[in-house]
Design a binder for this molecule. Structure first.
Ligand SMILES: *Cc1c(COP(=O)(O)O)cnc(C)c1O
Length: 370
């Protein structure tokens, strides 16, 4: 049997009849950039995240970069984030002119530890960028004193579209509580385009207007530039694909949750494997199903030999990346992030997986530790 980490062809086969006509309609219109489907998608994603404004852009990376640029960081300005995330989270802080300041994660959820964030704030701190890693929201309510102290929260929700968390007895969506939230439509994300794409959502009308300008070279009126922005538009074709896929998203995330529950139950008694902890306040969307394991690299090789795809997200914490050596962090600076990087393994959890495939993965893991 073959169990890839992700099978986008299976998804495509299931939805082609609704997506292809939408793509064809864009081709017939020949409006390839920022056509009507883009505005429609902005409305739909903002509604899904319970935010007032959606601003589409070219990638999840740009959806982080543009709000950070809107902060007009000066040299030495600090932005607090996690070292255990995809590179873009910290790369965009650097590219917006700021200095990433890393803070260790909570070992159970892999998300930024709010107590450590509070301790890392200095007079130079300008923002905090929590990441909702693997599809589980960070404890945002514990970071919410930050806006009161003048520190905006930019949510990296690239992996968490539709994830939610109970705060004071109420469900809050990823994108509802932050100042600006970044989503990615990279093809492997839970809602994936047929290429790159991203979306910013916010309920701050002022920053929404600035983000709209920043993605169009800083001008609201053509050929009149208020500040220097960039070209970060979303293709109409991508918006049409995403709109056609959007009605399936909740069902897909529910299937991922079912698969996750099945794995967790089946692997519960297996000592060398620690299944993902879901914070009782969270509804996880399982962009990734990530276990901690003993002898991780050997297990990964074993699963590969059985035709099972897995991945390590992420093998090198960002404070140890060569490009950030000038920041002066040493090995040992963030023990939880470093331990996670050595132990995590993401298993296939995409919606179209069959029960037989899940059983095959479970049996292969059991076999390895037998
Ligand atoms: C995917 C991802 C991004 C970047 O999104 P792109 O669309 O690939 O640019 C940023 N942060 C996290 C946590 C991601 O997973």
């Amino acid at each position: 049997m073959n169990v890839p980490l992700l099978d986008l062809v299976a998804q495509y086969r299931a939805i082609r009849d609704s997506v292809l006509p939408a793509v064809q309609a864009v081709i017939e219109s020949q409006q390839f950039v920022m056509g009507p489907a883009v505005a429609q998608l902005e409305l739909e994603i903002a509604r899904l995240a319970r935010a007032q404004h959606g601003i589409a852009c070219a990638s999840g990376t740009d959806a982080l970069l543009l709000p950070l640029k809107a902060l007009q960081l000066r040299p030495g300005d600090e932005v607090i984030t996690t070292p255990f995330t995809f590179f873009a989270t910290a790369g965009t802080i650097h590219n917006a002119g700021g200095t990433p300041v890393f803070v260790d994660i909570e070992p159970d959820t892999f998300n930024l530890d709010p107590a450590r964030v509070a301790a890392a704030v200095t007079p130079r701190t300008r923002a905090v960028v929590p990441v909702h890693l693997y599809g589980q929201m960070a404890a945002l309510e514990r970071l919410l004193p930050m806006p009161a102290r003048g520190l905006p929260i930019v949510e990296d929700a690239a992996q968490a579209l539709g994830a939610r968390r109970r705060v004071d007895g109420q469900w809050r969506l990823a994108g509802e509580l932050g100042w600006v939230t970044a989503f990615s439509f990279y093809p492997s994300k839970n809602l994936g385009a047929w290429g790159d794409g991203g979306m910013m959502v916010t309920s701050d009308a002022g920053v929404a207007e600035r983000l709209r300008k920043l993605r169009l070279h800083g001008g609201a009126k053509q050929y009149h530039h208020d500040e220097v922005g960039t070209n970060s538009r979303l293709d109409t074709l991508q918006a049409a694909v995403l709109l056609a896929k959007l009605p399936h998203l909740a069902g897909w995330s529910a299937r991922r949750r079912e698969h996750a529950a099945y794995y967790t139950q089946a692997l519960a008694g297996l000592a060398p494997v620690t299944t993902p902890a879901v914070d009782g306040c969270n509804e996880h969307i399982f962009h990734q199903y990530t276990v901690r394991v003993e002898r991780r690299d050997a297990l990964q090789a074993h699963l590969k030999s059985k035709g099972i795809g897995t991945a390590v997200y992420y093998p090198v914490p960002l404070h140890l990346q060569n490009c950030f050596s000038h920041l002066g962090y040493k090995r040992g600076a963030f023990p939880e992030a470093e331990r996670a990087a050595a132990e995590v393994l993401s298993l296939p959890v995409y919606p179209e997986l069959s029960r037989d495939q899940l059983d095959y993965v479970i049996e292969a893991i059991r076999g390895f530790y037998r």
